[in-house]
Design a protein around this ligand. Structure first.
Ligand code: PLP
Length: 363
């Protein structure tokens, strides 16, 4: 359907396929294992009653607490409407549409391409190699005109960490030319792998964080960009005047209190134990070909008949995430680690698939 109004829109917006978020994909589930959310709500109460006033652009208490949590200074922290806004702010601040490019390594998170396309900035992809690690020679060949390289570690949807020595080499080859953006949305599940300690050595390193995953606050929409003061100052030029509402800042500050962080950490250790049980149970299922190791709150697995598995569980209200269309992931589904009961329901459904073991999918 083409209307006059549609013709008025920018060409890249007309051509754009919006991000297929778990919420947009719908489903009538009661076991939601498709968005890497924490399975239970953490209760909060609003403490601010000042909604007649505009909020602070960068709420001081939130910045102070996140800086302390990350072991950085306040000048190295920017808070935004989710990490997704951080992805976009970087492109807006560093990439000239029609001239500069961003680069990332599929299979990976979908918002890097969507944000680049929305803004009208070219994106280049260099497929991940063995073990979903960086193909550094191929990246080196593609770097001309690239201003931002997004590296997701641990990577969504594969669950692996990117080899830190390779990230270091990437930082060396991009020095003075491009920023390297390490998306650490899941870093609370493997905190020892964070690159925050590298900011001092690399002025062009940027780290993305979020309260949506381990902190159980996907509905809050609050994320962080960590970088050296010079980068943060540039992002501050393009961020909206009031990116966070007062209730968001209020709850984020509570989540980042000592108590809030302790709760998050206990959730993480429980979830990691559930994840290991889920992995072990998946390995016992006839319909599962391969279960990939995970440093996160989700597990990627390859199935013998993934479309049938996806549909059968969907019809039972168990909603997984289909990763079939991503390069190298044919037959793969991503399963978020839910509560123990939710994981058990998924496993039971997999073990009782109609005609489970004799329906090999055609590749
Ligand atoms: C969930 C996710 C994000 C987005 O986080 P929000 O703070 O909810 O916008 C960013 N990167 C990756 C890799 C994610 O999985």
């Amino acid at each position: 359907m083409s209307t006059k109004i549609e013709e008025l829109a920018r060409a890249n917006v007309r051509a754009l396929t919006p991000y297929q978020s778990a919420r947009r994909l719908g489903g009538n589930g009661d076991v939601w294992l498709n968005a890497n959310e924490y399975p239970l709500a953490v209760p909060f109460e609003l403490s601010q009653q000042t909604l007649n006033r505009y909020p602070e652009c960068q709420p001081a208490l939130v910045i102070e607490r996140y800086a302390a949590y990350a072991g950085l200074t306040k000048e190295q922290v920017l808070v935004s409407r989710g990490a997704d806004e951080g992805i976009e702010l970087l492109i807006r601040a560093f990439c000239e549409p029609g001239k500069d490019a961003v680069l990332f390594c599929p299979p990976t998170y979908g918002m890097y391409s969507v944000s680049a396309e929305t803004i009208g900035v070219e994106y280049r992809t260099v497929e991940a190699g063995e073990g979903w690690q960086l193909n550094l020679p191929a990246i080196a060949e593609q770097l001309d005109g690239v201003k931002l390289v997004y590296i997701c570690s641990p990577n969504n949807p594969t669950g692996n960490l990117v080899n830190p020595d390779d990230i270091r080499q990437l930082l060396e080859m991009t020095r003075g030319k491009a920023l390297v953006v390490a998306d650490e949305a899941y870093i609370e599940f493997c905190p020892q792998a964070s690159l925050t300690g590298w900011l001092q050595a690399y002025p062009h390193l940027v780290i993305l964080r979020t309260l949506s995953k381990a902190f159980a606050l996907a509905g809050l929409r609050c994320g962080f960009t960590l970088a050296n003061a010079e980068v943060i100052a540039l992002l501050m030029k393009v961020i909206a005047p009031y990116p966070l509402s007062t209730p968001v800042a209020d709850i984020a500050a509570q989540a980042l209190s000592d108590h809030g962080i302790a709760i998050m950490k206990s959730h993480v250790s429980e979830l990691v134990a559930t994840r290991e049980q889920l992995i072990a149970a998946l390995q016992q299922c006839d319909c599962v070909e391969q279960v990939f190791p995970s440093e996160t709150n989700y597990v990627l697995a390859r199935f013998t008949a993934s479309s049938q598995v996806f549909k059968t569980l969907w019809d039972q209200g168990i909603i997984l995430r289909d990763q079939n269309k991503q390069p190298g992931l044919s037959g793969c589904l991503r399963i978020s680690v839910g509560t123990r009961e939710e994981c058990n329901r998924a496993i039971l459904a997999l073990k009782t698939l109609p005609g489970a073991s004799d329906t090999r999918e055609q590749a």
